[in-house]
Design a protein around this ligand. Structure first.
Ligand SMILES: Cc1cc2nc3c(=O)[nH]c(=O)nc-3n(C[C@H](O)[C@H](O)[C@H](O)COP(=O)(O)O)c2cc1C
Length: 272
């Protein structure tokens, strides 16, 4: 029997996020058990930025619910994520958990490529802001294989299923989780599938998901992005993730080397 982890970032029990996860689970053809974790209910403390989880025991020094969620992620065969839009972005419980993500690098082999689908739920059409970017970034940084993610709309708890199309979306997501990836037809980054860009000089752009740069051109009235791989890749491949871990670990040597110079800069601010 497969294990599926449903992660919701909504504080509302039986709200849209929770019923979306349960509807997707209901429609998954493979036999499975669903574990539901509500992130806002948990004690997830802010990352201290101590980097200790990258060295020696490779465990976080904080004693809270983070390890329980990480263990569930590691043990799951797949993830369903559902996140409400709060003030144009994802509910903060998602970021609070993600900020502890240096701990993921100890488990690259077990986390890499876990199939995942995700729904962002916003109350007002077009007012989701950067919620989908938060979701796609989350799935990228937990090293999952994002099979399909999208925004759906509904404000009142349960309202998403006033619209039958959202049941169909749940069923498509359910089929894609262990099946074929769902195609997205709107313009996106050809390297990572991201759909959010920063506009730079001229027609240059940077993808906000994989951080790579390139150009946008309008061809036959359609936006076409050409994006080049950068030197410091953010996880287009498992090798990139391993390289990034090594790069982060290398920061310790750099820190020791630069410690005196850094102290000279920061010490004069101590008494202020
Ligand atoms: C504090 C707060 C902020 C919200 N901000 C937005 C927003 O910026 N854009 C939007 O479309 N909906 C916003 N909403 C509406 C929720 O995204 C919407 O009600 C969603 O269905 C909640 O999902 P849930 O039922 O799983 O909690 C907000 C709701 C709350 C409570």
């Amino acid at each position: 029997m497969k294990k599926i982890l449903g992660l919701t970032a909504s504080p509302r029990k039986l709200g849209n996020c929770e019923i979306m996860i349960k509807e997707i689970s209901r429609q998954i053809p493979e036999p499975h058990e669903l574990q539901l974790i509500r992130l806002p209910e948990l004690d997830i403390q802010p990352c201290k930025g101590c980097y200790r989880c990258l060295f020696k025991e490779e465990e976080c020094v904080l004693n809270d619910d983070f390890d329980m969620v990480l263990k569930s992620m590691i043990e799951a065969d797949a993830l369903i994520l559902s996140v409400p839009a709060y003030f144009l972005g994802a509910n903060a419980s998602l970021k609070r958990f993600l900020d502890r993500g240096l701990s993921f690098y100890a488990h690259i082999d077990k986390l890499w490529g876990k199939p995942a689908v995700a729904a962002g739920i916003a109350g007002i059409k077009g007012k989701e802001g950067y919620t989908l970017l938060c979701i796609d970034s989350f799935l990228k940084l937990v090293l999952a294989d994002n099979k399909y993610s999208r925004i759906i709309y509904g404000a009142l708890p349960g309202e998403i299923f006033f619209n039958d199309k959202n049941k169909k979306i749940a069923s498509d997501m359910a089929a894609s989780l262990f099946g074929t990836r769902l195609k997205k037809t709107d313009p996106r980054c050809p390297l990572c599938g991201g759909d959010t860009f920063r506009f730079l000089e001229g027609n240059r752009v940077r993808c906000m998901l994989c951080s790579n740069e390139g150009v946008i051109n309008i061809v036959n009235k359609k936006s076409v992005f050409e994006i080049d791989r950068g030197v410091h890749e953010l996880f287009l491949t498992k090798k990139d993730a391993v390289e990034h871990k090594k790069w982060l670990q290398g920061m310790k040597i750099r820190f020791i080397k630069e410690k005196k110079r850094l102290k000279e800069i920061s010490l004069p601010y101590r008494k202020l």
